[in-house]
Write a protein that binds this ligand. Structure first.
Ligand code: ADP
Ligand code: 5GP
Length: 209
């Protein structure tokens, strides 16, 4: 189906840090772009390493984040590790207008807010095969300091409490299979009846709903 003829889907993807969410989302985007892209969040945390403003995040000052909330420009937001993170309404409206699907890499509190505001949003939770695997991946990624790893480990365990809100669960054991699972969810969402109104209209004999 051509990208212009359907509204874009919102696919919220959450995982305890280290489960492989970034790896999975990137490989699905590589396979399906430009029909899907990452949502770029706003955050008050400073950039890390080679993160770029406007690419990885919109890095903003506290006052700017306050302004965005005050003007009701955020679809959702949450405080994590002492910094605020949020998805702007503009980011969502832009992708919907283009008929482009959006991966929202956000944590559990934000996911709940998105589902309230956009009931058609699809919530996907990525699990590692086990807690031991999670610990292993956090350690082996090698990009974080030991204190950061400990904090992520504690947060990961807390994040699991949000699991019951999610529509789909993917266990990221064998990467190629997990990638196929995530891609299948994205593709299936495109075929939902509410996304197929153009096709239905070509059959006036069918009830139009
Ligand atoms: P997240 O974005 O969830 O924090 P990453 O995508 O950065 O996690 O993955 C964490 C680490 O685990 C990385 O080193 C990545 O290469 C590795 N990894 C991801 N998926 C798998 C998998 N299926 N099997 C083994 N290692 C994996
Ligand atoms: P990091 O600082 O490692 O980039 O992200 C920390 C956490 O913030 C991750 O769990 C990530 O999913 C979450 N996050 C990133 N952007 C947003 C956002 O816009 N909203 C919410 N609620 N969480 C976000």
């Amino acid at each position: 189906m051509s990208i212009e003829t359907r509204p874009g889907n919102l696919l919220v993807v959450t995982a305890p840090s280290g489960a492989g969410k970034t790896t999975l989302c990137r490989s699905v985007i590589e396979r399906l772009e430009p029909t899907i892209r990452y949502s770029i969040s706003h955050t008050t945390r400073p950039p890390r390493g080679n993160e770029r403003n406007g690419v990885d995040y919109h890095f903003v000052a506290d006052a700017e984040f306050d302004r965005l909330i005050g003007e009701n420009q955020m679809a959702e937001w949450a405080t994590i590790h002492g910094h605020r993170y949020g998805t702007s309404r503009a980011e969502i409206e832009d992708s919907q207008a283009r008929g482009q699907d959006l991966f929202l890499d956000i944590e559990g509190q934000g996911a709940v807010q998105i589902k309230k505001l956009f009931p058609q949003a699809i919530l996907i939770y990525i699990l590692p095969p086990s807690l031991a695997d999670l610990r292993d991946r956090l350690l082996r990624r090698g990009s974080d300091a030991p204190a950061e790893i400990e904090r992520r480990w504690e947060n990961a365990r807390r994040e699991l409490a949000f699991l019951p809100n999610y529509d789909y669960i993917i266990v990221n054991d064998i990467l190629s299979e997990a990638t196929r699972g995530l891609e299948a969810i994205v593709l299936a969402a495109r075929q939902r009846r509410e996304n197929m109104q153009d096709a239905i209209r070509r059959f006036p004999a069918a009830p139009q709903s």
